[in-house]
Ligand binder design. Sequence first.
Ligand SMILES: Cc1cc2nc3c(=O)[nH]c(=O)nc-3n(C[C@H](O)[C@H](O)[C@H](O)COP(=O)(O)OP(=O)(O)OC[C@H]3O[C@@H](n4cnc5c(N)ncnc54)[C@H](O)[C@@H]3O)c2cc1C
Length: 293
Amino acid sequence: MKPPLFTHHACRTVEEAVGLLAADPDTSKVISGGQSLVPMMNLRLASPAHLVDLNPISGLNSIDVGQGTLTIGATTRQHDVERSAEVASVAPLLISALAHVGHPQIRNRGTVVGSICHADPAAEMPAVLTTLGGQVAAQGATGTRTIAAEDFFDSYLTTALAPDEIATAVTFNTPNGSSGWHFEEVTRRHGDFAIIGIVALLTLADGVISDARLTIFGGAATPVRVPAAERLLVGAAASDVDADLLAQAARETSAALRPSDDIHASGDYRRHVAGVLTTRGIRASLERASARA
Ligand SMILES: Cc1cc2nc3c(=O)[nH]c(=O)nc-3n(C[C@H](O)[C@H](O)[C@H](O)COP(=O)(O)OP(=O)(O)OC[C@H]3O[C@@H](n4cnc5c(N)ncnc54)[C@H](O)[C@@H]3O)c2cc1C
């Protein structure tokens, strides 16, 4: 299928792009990699009259490692992040998750920031940002602002960005040396969106869990942290995390979700598997953290 007619604007500056969006926010859409937007246009699920293309803007294709942070610019391809030695050293979790985003052909064009802005609840990048924490840098007609990761995802395909705002970069907090992580998702075929998945991050201090972040994706309209399961872990000695504690955490995760049935799986199946993934996520994260401590 072909998309409906549109005007393509190859922007040279962020200001130009923001000006175009502000002039006609209801009928204009940013395009980055086009790997979600163009299929939606072809299927007539989106019909923007104006495509505001960020790709010609210099300075947005960037990977910057700071003190405890990793910042990725708006036009940086998923493929380039996946192959970055810098990213591998500070955020191996991100690399592991990227390997599950579609297929290499898609990652050659798709962007990390575009995936976060698209906010598909079954997508990997929003769940990684939710787990690591960080922020989105936004620029609109009235200026710039930062949006904390926990405030960014509003609902299905909906974020805190205003229609005339562009996400110019996303900053991930990078875990310190005593953290361990785990990424796992269940799909029918490799490269599909997740039926259900987990991103886990545990931090140890003197053998005790000092921070726990468990995010389930594919189980609600946004990626969701599971505070009840996280609370069970914080303060526990790594050596005390036994089958009982894991089972309790799994129950808390399943109880926190209310996924609906769809053509891919029933809500009950998703709830059950989310619990199973929780036990695996905790166990594997602890093993990684203990090996690094
Ligand atoms: C066959 C196939 C399989 C896929 N499988 C997966 C998968 O398993 N997991 C997964 O996560 N994704 C998957 N994708 C989607 C892919 O990862 C996309 O690249 C990604 O979701 C969107 O990134 P993009 O740069 O292509 O964004 P685009 O398609 O260009 O844009 C997507 C949306 O985000 C908005 N947007 C993009 N960039 C910005 C910005 N900087 N500021 C403000 N708004 C912006 C656009 O206006 C649009 O609404 C798949 C795609 C295909 C075609």
